[in-house]
Design a binder for this molecule. Structure first.
Ligand code: APR
Length: 246
């Protein structure tokens, strides 16, 4: 199926769907200047082993390493701006087609683009948490201490370590993840995946709960053979062309 036919199939599927959701990954934010994780050559995990740095165990046992390696990526997210792809998904929600976005991204760019129903299944960078008394604070309380090399940053109430409000390898999944799974299992007649390798469990299971699926992703994914359409092009360009059908 060529590019235009694939766009037509995706547009028709969205128009027919009662419950259309989108699942996004780091690939939708690369056009905002945020490198993804697994693109050969540029992906973050191609340079560092996530199991040595981005785990709840490293955060607890070796916070200096965690903050030195993982936190630097964090800081770059705070200034990123939504790109065309984020804005077009917000417009599809505005027009009443898109019921919700399930995102693996912690960059908050869907909300910045104006999307309202977003499940941030791996958390976000707006707040931080006390790992003992569970109080939640603006991220600033953590970042200001890390910048002064107070590591681990401490809760101002109970004095125990603060942590970012993100899901690290080894953490339990978020409430947003549970809710997103329930929504898709309850009835998703069309799911569009945008910019994810679909390789990280348990989010990689979500496409299997949808009745119909399409993928917009530069690299091949394990779901391509189940998808009604696969477009191996950039998200910004593809969603710009897709919007012409609405
Ligand atoms: N347009 C379309 N696809 C793109 C673009 C783009 N502009 N840029 C990159 N991609 C594709 C890549 O080809 C890649 O297959 O996006 C995909 C991103 O895959 P990953 O880097 O694996 O990111 P993601 O799927 O979100 O990873 C899931 O892994 O480490 C964890 O917590 C991290 O949430 C992340 C999870």
């Amino acid at each position: 199926m060529d590019y235009k036919d694939s766009l037509q199939v995706i547009a028709d599927s969205i128009k027919k769907a009662q419950k259309f959701y989108v699942l996004t990954g780091a690939g939708i934010s690369t056009e905002s200047g945020i490198p993804d994780f697994r693109t050969p050559g540029t992906g973050l995990w191609k340079k560092i082993n996530p199991m040595e740095y981005a785990t709840s165990n490293v955060l607890k046992k070796d916070p200096k390493t965690f903050y030195k390696v993982v936190y630097s990526r964090f800081a770059s997210l705070l200034y990123a701006q939504p790109n065309k792809a984020h804005l077009i998904l917000a417009e599809l929600e505005e027009k009443g087609y898109l019921k919700g976005i399930i995102t693996q991204n912690i960059d908050g760019l869907h909300y910045k683009a104006g999307s309202r129903k977003v499940w941030e299944v791996h958390g976000h960078t707006r707040t931080c948490l006390c790992s003992t008394c569970d109080r939640e604070y603006p991220l600033k309380l953590l970042s200001s201490q890390v910048e002064k090399e107070i590591i681990p940053p401490l809760c101002q109430e109970c004095g125990h370590p603060l942590r970012p409000n993100i899901v690290l390898f080894g953490d339990p999944m978020s409430l947003d993840y549970e809710e997103a799974c329930r929504a898709v299992k309850r009835g998703c007649d069309f799911l569009l995946v945008v910019g994810s390798s679909l390789t990280v469990f348990p989010v990689s299971q979500i496409p299997s709960y949808a009745k119909n699926l399409a993928v917009i992703n530069i690299q091949p994914t394990g779901y391509d053979d189940k998808a009604v359409a696969v477009i191996r092009e950039k998200a910004g360009k593809t969603l710009t062309h897709l919007l012409e059908y609405f």
